[in-house]
Design a protein around this ligand. Sequence first.
Ligand SMILES: *Cc1c(COP(=O)(O)O)cnc(C)c1O
Length: 391
Amino acid sequence: MKEIYLDNNATTKVDEAVFEEMRPYFCEMYGNPSSMHFFGGQVQRKVDEARGRVAALLGASPDEIVFTACGTESDNAAIRSALEVFPDRRHVITSRVEHPAVLTQCRNLIQKGYRVSEIGVDGEGRLDMEELKAIVDEDTAIVSLMWANNETGVIFPVEEAAAIAKAKGALFHSDAVQAVGKIPINMANSRIDMLSLSGHKLHAPKGIGVLYLRRGTPFRPFMVGGHQEKSRRAGTENAAAIIALGKACELAGLNMELENTQVMALRDRLQNELMARIPNARINGGGAERLPNTTSIAYEYVEGEAILLLLSELGVCASSGSACTSGSLEPSHVLRAMGVPFTCAHGSIRFSLSRYTTAEEIDTVIRELPPIIERLRRMSPFGREFLKGQG
Ligand SMILES: *Cc1c(COP(=O)(O)O)cnc(C)c1O
């Protein structure tokens, strides 16, 4: 069975060209980039090239790019650093819909005596900017807000939020893991101090991330040891993965147009056809500005996990809006923060496309999903009542 992979916000296929770019750096050019000899030097030059490519995608300068092990590490490093450089500031601001990489860390800070504020969102997943304005103060060390939401694709006005944070002297960090490569980002004219990205969300391998650090931003490293990454992140560079990420960023820049035309057209067709064919459905965040590749649709009276299992039997890979990884049947914190009604929140399915998604794959989902939803609704007591009401 050939998979129909529509779970690209969870992870992506490594682009073949990216894999070819990194391949020689395992068994042939395996030198340590810090070594004095030519054998390390040739790796160092490729790492420098990769740094330039990442910087180019972000509109940043190469010395502002710090390679890390993943998006999670970048998020952790940014927040920890801010608290160390501002020991007198005891307040951290984030949002209720962040990725666990930010949210878990912020919630742990409460036990350490920090004040943590989680900004709310409206029914469409839009950030409450008034709340942010009201609570940021001279005690705030850092404001950390995601650029785009992994579950709904909703985009936050991070530049505006950064200006609000900076006005009170706080640092501003954005988890841009879902935004980089999908929508234009230009750090050159930005107020954002720190930004996280992750290779495996943009067709590079898992286990490589970046922390963008604006020149002049005070920073205390999370990992200490050797002098790699200008002492901002110790540990021998994951050279092959860094080289891969450089290539992936170059390709992302070249393919951005495709992402915003072809990928978005397929996403819109999927979304519109499903909405036309399946009653009592709602697009989570449909009224907000969103990533071009993501759609999350809530179906009343059904369980997301059941939909996913039946889709999976047909080879279709998607994701539910439930915290299913924890084995919990609670709807996701993102949908709860949006106030998605109980009857819907359990039946939310996220499709996330990539430049590899084809029209045939989308047609398959448009054909297969409506009968699955109807079947499940017939099996559930609430769903049966609902179908009866429909005649
Ligand atoms: C995937 C993801 C992360 C975590 O990145 P890893 O490289 O898997 O640690 C963080 N934030 C968001 C929004 C993500 O989608």
